[in-house]
Design a protein around this ligand. Structure first.
Ligand code: HEC
Ligand code: HEC
Ligand code: HEC
Ligand code: HEC
Ligand code: HEC
Ligand code: HEC
Ligand code: HEC
Ligand code: HEC
Ligand code: HEC
Length: 286
């Protein structure tokens, strides 16, 4: 008797599940949302729609003669009829999506700027930063390219330590506006080669790229850190962005020269002056 009771309970539960499933299926069929129009959205989201009118996206998406379903708001938010009819939750809100889902939404149109696999391999994609953390898709943006803030302030909002680095005695002139973070970094892509590769630096300091008759292997950086064996990239307390100021710089590698000490720094006193590479002497002497 007791066993029957249990079975009956299970049958009931299954029945109830099937019933609910059927109801849900029926419901979604009946109330499949359809597209309205940007004007319909503006009816209730007046302030936001007003701001969006002057946004670069509006200029492109609302262009006269551009025929697409849900032209404007619903290209990102999906069909909104159920939402507008009062079922507030029945609308896609990227603010509540996973960053990767939001990215897929944007990359439907922006694949040509950079492909999805680049984004997911980039530091920001891997760290799950949403596109809309840097780009403002509704309000008239404060920076070019719809940026929430201009570079470098945008970058410093998440990388405050880097601001300090650019204030050190020797530094690349980013705060002075002569260089941009974007000259060396692409926020959407992984570095094509290691960021440490020589070509990051030599695109501007071409004279250090050689070719030299006598190259200092380390500076060319094919197998080592390249320029960053001796220099910091952002700033340094030592002159010329150096990692270390004295003999220690060279002795990071040339340990056998610890007792070879004619005085001063190895590259001064008229000795190994051409250490970036030389046409005169294999030991980089003057
Ligand atoms: C009849 C009024 C009305 C219309 C029409 C309307 N909305 Fe809304 N919408 C609201 C209200 C009310 C809310 C909840 C409060 C708020 O966020 O302003 C809301 C919220 C939202 C949200 C956030 C939802 C959430 O889950 O957080 C999005 C996104 C949205 N609307 C987009 C749209 C889009 C796109 C359209 C045009 C297809 C549209 N709305 C048309 C009234 C409307
Ligand atoms: C290019 C894609 C895109 C377009 C076009 C777009 N939105 Fe959005 N919308 C987003 C994203 C991304 C978010 C979440 C991030 C944010 O709020 O900045 C969002 C969030 C929202 C929200 C919720 C805000 C919150 O705080 O939860 C509302 C409401 C909204 N959009 C309404 C609209 C309306 C109305 C239009 C047309 C006038 C529109 N959107 C056009 C991408 C878009
Ligand atoms: C329906 C297609 C579509 C979607 C979806 C879309 N965009 Fe765009 N976006 C465009 C078009 C078209 C332009 C203007 C042409 C161009 O520069 O490619 C543009 C331009 C931009 C620009 C450059 C603006 C400038 O000043 O040059 C940025 C940044 C941008 N979109 C970011 C986003 C982000 C972030 C999302 C997702 C929240 C998104 N877009 C979703 C179509 C789209
Ligand atoms: C960490 C900040 C950041 C994030 C996150 C980010 N972007 Fe950008 N984006 C930028 C900056 C900075 C620029 C300006 C680049 C320039 O001027 O050279 C830019 C430019 C763009 C442009 C203009 C074309 C181009 O390549 O310069 C598009 C389109 C764009 N971003 C789309 C996106 C999309 C889509 C996502 C998410 C998949 C995204 N961005 C995520 C910072 C970001
Ligand atoms: C919304 C926050 C945010 C903004 C804005 C932002 N970043 Fe990032 N960035 C991160 C996070 C999180 C990581 C992941 C690694 C980490 O924890 O530092 C990262 C990683 C990086 C890395 C790679 C670090 C590594 O160890 O591989 C670089 C380079 C970088 N960001 C540069 C920039 C630049 C340039 C800008 C401005 C255009 C910028 N970021 C804006 C959050 C941000
Ligand atoms: C002259 C080229 C250059 C400029 C300009 C530059 N960076 Fe870098 N950055 C690099 C290199 C090279 C690395 C590789 C790591 C290292 O220095 O050891 C790096 C590393 C980073 C990292 C990873 C963490 C770290 O310190 O190792 C972040 C974050 C970063 N940069 C952010 C920024 C921001 C934000 C700006 C602008 C304010 C900026 N960078 C400007 C070349 C540059
Ligand atoms: C986009 C161009 C650019 C790139 C890339 C670049 N630099 Fe520079 N570098 C500059 C500018 C501009 C200065 C300042 C020159 C001046 O003040 O006259 C500078 C100055 C320097 C100085 C001298 C600093 C001082 O205090 O006098 C060193 C050393 C240096 N860079 C090393 C590097 C290294 C190492 C890299 C690679 C991580 C690199 N640079 C990448 C543009 C660049
Ligand atoms: C073996 C260590 C070492 C390596 C590797 C190295 N440098 Fe230097 N670099 C120095 C030292 C030391 C100075 C300071 C020279 C002085 O005091 O006159 C310097 C000075 C500079 C300067 C400023 C003075 C000038 O000569 O223009 C630039 C720019 C520079 N290096 C760029 C680079 C670049 C780019 C690379 C990579 C291709 C690189 N360096 C690799 C040690 C190195
Ligand atoms: C990151 C490692 C590294 C650093 C730092 C470094 N070197 Fe070198 N150096 C090398 C390598 C590798 C060679 C070539 C291989 C060898 O020893 O035969 C070399 C070769 C030389 C030579 C050619 C003579 C020889 O022994 O073959 C001289 C001279 C030299 N370095 C001077 C310097 C000076 C001066 C500094 C500091 C400004 C310096 N090096 C910093 C790695 C380094």
């Amino acid at each position: 008797m007791k066993r029957w009771g249990v079975c009956l309970g299970i049958a009931c539960a299954i029945g109830a599940l099937l019933f609910t499933a059927a109801r849900l299926a029926g419901q979604s069929e009946e109330e499949q949302p359809s597209y309205l129009s940007a004007e319909a959205c503006a009816g209730c989201h007046e302030d936001l729609a007003k701001e969006w009118e002057t946004h670069p996206h509006a200029r492109f998406l609302m262009a006269a003669g551009r025929e697409v379903e849900g032209k404007g708001c619903e290209e990102c938010h999906g069909p909104g009829s159920n939402h507008a009819a009062g079922d507030i939750k029945a609308i896609r809100n990227p603010a509540k999506m996973k960053p990767a889902e939001e990215a897929a939404l944007c990359l439907r149109c922006h694949r040509r700027d950079f492909p999805a696999q680049d984004w997911h391999a980039a530091a920001h994609g891997r760290a799950r930063i949403a596109c809309s953390k840097c780009h403002d898709v509704h309000h008239p943006p404060k920076g070019s390219k719809m940026l929430r803030q201009p570079v470098p302030d945008l970058c410093f909002s998440c990388h405050p330590q880097q601001r300090g680095q650019f204030r050190q005695n020797a530094h690349h002139p980013v705060l002075e506006g002569r260089l941009s973070c974007l000259d060396c970094h692409d926020p959407h892509r992984p570095p094509t080669r290691s960021l440490l590769a020589d070509d990051t630096c030599t695109q501007c300091h071409a004279e250090k790229a050689g070719p030299f008759t006598y190259a200092h292997d380390v500076a060319l950086g094919d197998t080592t850190e390249g320029c960053l064996a001796c220099h910091r990239s952002h700033g340094s307390p030592h002159p010329q962005l150096l990692r270390l100021a004295g003999r220690g710089l060279c002795q990071q590698c040339h340990l056998d020269k610890i007792t070879h000490n004619p005085g001063g720094r190895c590259w001064q006193s008229g000795c190994h002056v051409d250490f970036h590479g030389s046409h005169r002497d294999p030991r980089f002497l003057r």
